[in-house]
Write a protein that binds this ligand. Structure first.
Ligand SMILES: Cc1cc2nc3c(=O)[nH]c(=O)nc-3n(C[C@H](O)[C@H](O)[C@H](O)COP(=O)(O)O)c2cc1C
Length: 182
C-alpha cells in the first residue's frame, strides 16, 4: 500500500493535523510520502493507492496555490483520466480541511473540500471520507470569539485532535485490511 499525504498550510493548523497523522502512521507498516503542495509540482495520483489530502479553507475554496497545483496536474496527467471517471480498483482517498467558519460556519468549508475530492475522483479514486476540522483563525482575535462558530480561540484542542486521530485510525485499519487481503 503506497500512501501519499498531500497538504498545504499557511499558518500551521493543517500542518499540525498532518503531524498527528504522521504519529499515527508509525503504528502501521506501510510506505508513505509526505508532500507539501507547490503550484507546479507534478503529482500523478495513480502512483499511489491511498491519498490523504489536507487543506485550509481560504474564501470558501482551497488556497490559490492548491488550486494551481490541481489545475497543473489535471492537465499534466490528462491522459490518465477517462470520461465518466470509472472507479479504479484499490484507489482510496480521504480529504480534510481546517477552517474557521466565521461567517457561515461549515457551509463555507464544504466547497473547498468538495473541490479537492473532485481532483481525486476525476482520476478514478473512491473518496471514502471528507473531514472538517474547526480551528482558530491565527492572527485575527475578533474572529476567534465572535464568529458564526462561537469561541474557537483554543482550537484545535485535545478533543478535536483525538477525534481526528480516531477517524484516521479507523480508515487506516480499513485500508490495511483491504490491502492485506489483496
Ligand atoms: C486568507 C484567509 C482566508 C480564509 N478564508 C476562510 C473562509 O473562507 N472560510 C473559513 O472557514 N475559514 C477561512 N480562513 C481560516 C482558515 O481556513 C483556518 O484558520 C485554517 O485552519 C488555516 O489553516 P492553516 O493554518 O493550515 O493555513 C481563512 C484564513 C485566511 C488566512
Amino acid at each position: 500500500m503506497r500512501v501519499a499525504i498531500l497538504y498545504w498550510s499557511g499558518t500551521g493548523n493543517t500542518r499540525r493535523l498532518v503531524n498527528v497523522l504522521l504519529e499515527l502512521m508509525e503504528n502501521f507498516l506501510c510506505e508513505f510520502t509526505v508532500i507539501e503542495i507547490k503550484s507546479k509540482l507534478d503529482f500523478n495520483p495513480l502512483e499511489y493507492d491511498v491519498v490523504i489530502f489536507g487543506i485550509p479553507v481560504y474564501r470558501f475554496l482551497p488556497p490559490k496555490e492548491v488550486i494551481s497545483f490541481i489545475e497543473h496536474n489535471m492537465d499534466k496527467f490528462k491522459y490518465l483520466r477517462k470520461l465518466r471517471s470509472p472507479k479504479v480498483p484499490f484507489k482510496f482517498g480521504v480529504t480534510f480541511c481546517t477552517y474557521s467558519g466565521i461567517h457561515t460556519g461549515i457551509k463555507e468549508a464544504i466547497p473547498a473540500v468538495k473541490y479537492v475530492s473532485q481532483f481525486l475522483e476525476h482520476f478514478g479514486y473512491l473518496v471514502v471520507d471528507e473531514l472538517y476540522v474547526l480551528c482558530r483563525f491565527n492572527g485575527w482575535d475578533e474572529a476567534n470569539i465572535n464568529g458564526k462558530c462561537g469561541v474557537i480561540a483554543d482550537l484545535p484542542d485535545n478533543r478535536t485532535i483525538s477525534n481526528f486521530r480516531e477517524d484516521m485510525q479507523d480508515w487506516f485499519m480499513y485500508f490495511m485490511e483491504v490491502f492485506h487481503g489483496r
